[in-house]
Ligand binder design. Structure first.
Ligand code: ZN
Length: 201
């Protein structure tokens, strides 16, 4: 599957001048919510992801997503794997299960995001699951921004990757694109102002 084309077709791979959550600037931005806008397209993507996970013989009981970004992807992946779907939500310094969701001791859990950048949120979700006695068997995302090493991918994990190296990451594709600090951003030097995609400002 040509995931870049799927993102382009959904107008989810944006070209411009963007302020990322990390504070860095970039010419490109992946807006995964746009890809998940059409459930049929979302199902194609998550079916491809679940095929990778099945082929690796990973045993899964539950998919858990960090809210908000991962919820739709996690739900669709759980449907495709025919397992349970839950999500964790932000609390100060971490993530927690709410809304009556629970985890059994030894329950095998995949942490699913829309995009893994450095994996910070996914790691917080994993810690919340492990604290309740669950076992994190894999991480999964539609796109991998190239900081972490995915199963079958070319790039090695960079020092910024927060995910544990002994747990596999399944992603459909690597999307590596350059990031700049505001001081060295060539677009800023040309006088353009970075916009924050996904927010109203
Ligand atoms: Zn800039």
């Amino acid at each position: 599957m040509n995931v870049e084309q799927v993102y382009r077709d959904a107008n989810a791979l944006l070209d411009g001048h963007f302020l990322l959550a990390s504070g860095n600037h970039s010419r490109r931005y992946l807006q995964s919510a746009k890809v998940m806008e059409y459930p049929q397209k979302a199902a194609e993507l998550t079916d491809a992801l679940s095929t990778m996970i099945r082929e690796a013989d990973i045993e899964v009981d539950t998919v858990c997503a960090p809210a908000l970004g991962g919820v739709l992807t996690g739900y669709e992946l759980a449907r495709s794997l025919n397992v349970r779907s839950i999500f964790v939500e932000k609390k100060e310094g971490g993530m927690e299960l709410r809304r009556g969701f629970d985890i059994a001791k030894g329950e095998k859990v995949i942490i699913c995001e829309d995009i893994i950048t450095t994996g910070g949120s996914a790691l917080k979700a994993a810690k919340a699951i492990e604290a309740l006695g669950g076992e994190v068997v894999a991480f999964a995302s539609l796109a991998n921004r190239g900081f972490c090493k995915r199963v079958g991918g070319q790039s090695e994990a960079k020092p910024e990757c927060a995910l544990p190296q002994d747990i596999p990451l399944f992603s459909l594709d690597d999307f590596t694109f350059e990031m700049y600090t505001p001081e060295e951003c060539p677009m800023c030097k040309e006088g353009s102002i970075a916009i924050k995609p996904g927010s109203k400002s």
